[in-house]
Design a protein around this ligand. Structure first.
Ligand code: SF4
Ligand code: SF4
Length: 210
């Protein structure tokens, strides 16, 4: 606890340590929690600034936390959950990083209230597992999305290159065909001219002989 609990209006960026010292903690052996006793987070060091999400700071007597034990499947967490989830089940999937399965069990609905932590006789930090599993799922989904986009782009590029190649081949074949026809026409024309010249020469020779 502190000697003078108070409300302070401070600037963003103010020192955490300074704010805590203003309330005069009873002992140097204390822990700091930010955001609420149930849903808040432990602050490991006071060398951090006050930020937008700092709404309340708790100074608690240092107590040794009981060590975490294995889940004994007592089901107390199931009864405590305010949104009717199955924390015990979610815990197994979160622990094994099977986030898809955890999502099937509505992990996204977990409000991280820590009610399940509070009642767990094995002192398992369930909400921390759920928070981690949600972040992991988000990252996996984003990675998957980015991979899909990259694959689609690559496939479209391959398709576009193949299509351009095909179009170029067809265009070259058409040009070749056109050139062939033109050359054939030129030959016919040349033959006609040669025949006409031969006729003129023949007529001229006949006139000269007469
Ligand atoms: S309360 Fe703890 S020990 Fe009991 S089922 Fe839930 S996680 Fe397991
Ligand atoms: S932390 Fe999540 S799973 Fe645990 S009681 Fe709260 S809502 Fe239910």
């Amino acid at each position: 606890g502190v000697e003078s609990p108070n409300n302070y209006e401070v600037r963003l960026g103010a020192s955490f340590e300074h704010i805590v010292s203003m309330s005069k903690p009873n002992t140097h052996q204390h822990t700091i929690r930010m955001g609420g006793m149930m849903m808040g987070v432990d602050v490991k060091t006071t060398s951090v600034p006050i930020c937008k999400i700092t709404n309340c700071i708790f100074v608690n007597k240092l107590e040794t936390k009981p060590s975490t034990q294995e889940c004994i499947r007592c089901g107390q967490c199931n009864q405590a959950c305010p949104v009717d989830l199955l924390p015990q089940q979610l815990y197994w999937y979160a622990k094994s990083e099977d986030t898809d399965k955890a999502m099937d069990y509505n992990l996204a609905d977990c409000i991280e209230c820590r009610c399940c932590d509070y009642v767990c006789p094995s002192h398992i930090p369930l909400a921390e597992y759920f928070s981690f599993a949600k972040a992991l799922h988000r990252k996996t989904t984003e990675d998957q999305y980015r991979t899909d986009i990259a694959r689609e782009r690559f496939e479209f590029r391959e398709y576009r290159l193949e299509r351009n190649k095909q179009e170029r081949t067809e265009m070259m074949a058409a040009k070749k065909e056109e050139l062939k026809k033109k050359m054939a026409n030129d030959k016919v024309q040349k033959d006609k001219i040669a025949a006409a010249m031969a006729r003129v020469k023949k007529t001229k020779k006949a006139n000269d002989d007469a």
